[in-house]
Design a protein around this ligand. Structure first.
Ligand SMILES: NC(=O)c1ccc[n+]([C@@H]2O[C@H](COP(=O)([O-])OP(=O)(O)OC[C@H]3O[C@@H](n4cnc5c(N)ncnc54)[C@H](O)[C@@H]3O)[C@@H](O)[C@H]2O)c1
Length: 308
């Protein structure tokens, strides 16, 4: 991949840009923000780390959207973040305007790009980017499931006292209070999670995962989580840039999969150079299907608030 744009040079955007340049996932990275000084300052600061971190990826900070020209991948992190007591939906109208505007720049200057949306409320913002760019659905994808499952994996590893490397876990559905962690598809070293933890302990970890973002917002008092979110975005950028064809939980456009139509929701996808190259449907219990439908209704309600 030649050129990656990161829109929004705040906590998530700048940390994402750092991971992308350190891993040399592109030849050039554009860090774009309406607050030009922040983008230019952080861009230069990152460029000056290149000799020590040994990367040749060029990084430029700017407030000029034209710099997105010919980007192969654009990551949208522009928007406002949650404050204590705010839900992700409280960000809806403000961030929809911002995402609409930067999606327009992406359409105008990088018409062939794949877009990863990070701005919250995630599932609604992916929809806004999809509409505003007019890009085919495989080129618009949202980041949430990797972060949510990473949190779940961390809590499991901590509880059981094992390496995070051996814990796999799966989270479906919308990003938010209605996310659907799937303990049945979670394992430690290939051994089902239920061999290590009883249902009550798993339920506690599931709830902590649902509240994972709010727990951090509560500590920080200003701003929201960014290290784990940026790591999750970088994993998606690597899958696309290196055409890895990873199977990862991402917000993708559903056309009947899991019984859900015309909505972006967190599901397992195959992510490669073509963007969302496939959606994997796994067998769910009736309870899991109900939880997913409830999650879909919450996402649809957010989108309806925007158009209403
Ligand atoms: N999907 C997820 O799992 C996930 C995880 C963490 C954060 N987020 C979301 O990501 C977003 C960014 O979070 P953050 O912590 O980096 O916030 P932040 O406030 O640190 O940074 C946001 C940046 O966006 C910029 N911006 C605003 N309008 C813009 C525009 N029109 N064009 C370009 N830049 C613009 C701001 O100047 C600011 O620098 C928030 O909406 C947050 O809720 C999502």
């Amino acid at each position: 991949m030649v050129k990656i744009g990161v829109v929004g040079a705040g906590n998530v955007g700048a940390t994402t840009a750092q991971l992308i340049v350190q891993r040399e996932l592109a030849r050039e990275v554009i860090l774009l923000d309406v607050a030009g000084g922040i983008a230019k300052g952080k861009g230069l600061d990152l460029a000056e780390s290149a000799p020590v971190d040994r990367f040749d990826t060029r990084i430029v900070g700017t407030d000029n959207p034209e710099a997105l020209e010919a980007c192969d991948l654009v990551v949208i992190t522009a928007g406002i973040a949650r404050k204590p007591g705010m839900s992700r939906d409280d960000l809806l109208a403000t961030n929809a305007d911002i995402v609409r505007s930067v999606s327009g720049h992406t359409r105008d200057f990088a018409p062939d790009a794949i877009v990863i949306v990070v701005t919250n409320p995630l599932d609604a913002m992916v929809y806004v980017a999809f509409e505003a760019t007019g890009f085919p659905p495989r080129r618009v994808v949202g980041m949430a499931g990797i972060l949510d499952s990473s949190r779940f994996r961390y809590f499991i590893a901590e509880e059981v006292g094992v390496s995070v490397e051996d814990v796999t876990a799966f989270v479906l559905g919308g990003h938010g209070d209605s996310m659907v962690p799937l303990p049945r598809y979670s394992s430690i070293g290939g051994i089902p999670l239920f061999e290590f933890l009883d249902e009550a302990s798993i339920a506690k970890l599931v709830q902590r995962t649902r509240d994972g973002g709010a727990e951090i917002v509560g500590h920080l008092e200003e701003g929201s989580a960014y290290y784990a979110p940026a790591s999750a975005v970088a994993e998606m950028a690597a899958a696309i840039s290196l055409d890895k064809k990873r199977i990862l939980p991402c917000a993708a456009w559903l056309t009947g999969q899991y019984g859900i139509h015309d909505l972006f929701m967190g599901v397992p996808v195959k992510l490669g150079a073509g963007g969302v190259e496939g959606i994997i449907e796994i067998a769910l219990t009736p309870e899991e299907v109900d939880a997913l439908k409830t999650s879909a209704e919450a996402v649809r309600a957010s989108i309806q608030k925007l158009s209403g």
